[in-house]
Design a protein around this ligand. Structure first.
Ligand code: S3P
Length: 174
């Protein structure tokens, strides 16, 4: 029986593209926490930040994780970049399954998210400094929240999926 696999990491790490491929390969449900919150709230993440604030969004993430804990069928869960920041969320994540940290450099994030307008935390000026500072602050948190770290720079989704498979094979002795 396959258990849940959860992808965490910074915006632009490739959680959605890797997660989509991984879920297709293994016939798992694909769950994207941002997308689920957008559906439940009936508005985009940007609008939630604007109208209700980041704290409210973080509470929604925790509520969603609690609901996912009760879900039966195994899934690939792609977690919003800031979801592991709350300690209670880190506990919930590890309880849900194998947590894989996709580790990305500031350079890769900046090239992938150039022109993106869907990430409220990266809007405005000094985006490079913002990304660098957030990456530095979040690195240890992502490490703590995960079972394994994969360097995703200069790799495509297929290669990253193989690395996840390799780790999960080792972990479960398959
Ligand atoms: C956030 C990451 C976003 C989204 C929101 C906040 C963050 O998700 O949840 O904009 O704090 O890093 P992605 O990592 O899927 O872009």
């Amino acid at each position: 029986m396959m258990e849940n696999v959860i992808l965490i990491g910074f915006m632009g790490a490739g959680k959605t593209s890797v997660g989509t491929l991984y879920s297709q390969k293994h016939g798992l449900d694909f769950i994207d926490t941002d997308q689920m919150i957008e559906e439940t709230e009936g508005m985009t993440v940007s609008r939630i930040f604007e109208e209700k604030g980041e704290e409210a969004f973080r509470r929604m993430e925790t509520g969603l994780l609690e609901r996912l804990t009760r879900k039966g069928k195994a899934a690939l869960i792609s977690a919003g970049g800031g979801l592991p920041l709350r300690e209670e969320n880190r506990k919930l994540l590890k309880g849900l399954g194998t947590v894989v940290y996709l580790d990305v450099s500031a350079e890769t994030v900046l090239s992938r998210l150039k022109g993106d307008t869907t990430r409220p935390l990266l809007m405005g000026d000094h985006v490079k400094e913002k990304v660098e500072n957030m990456l530095k602050a979040r690195g240890p948190i992502y490490e703590e929240a995960s079972h394994v770290k994969i360097d995703v720079n200069n790799k495509g989704p297929e290669e990253i999926v193989s690395e996840i498979d390799h780790f999960i094979g080792l972990e479960f002795g398959r």
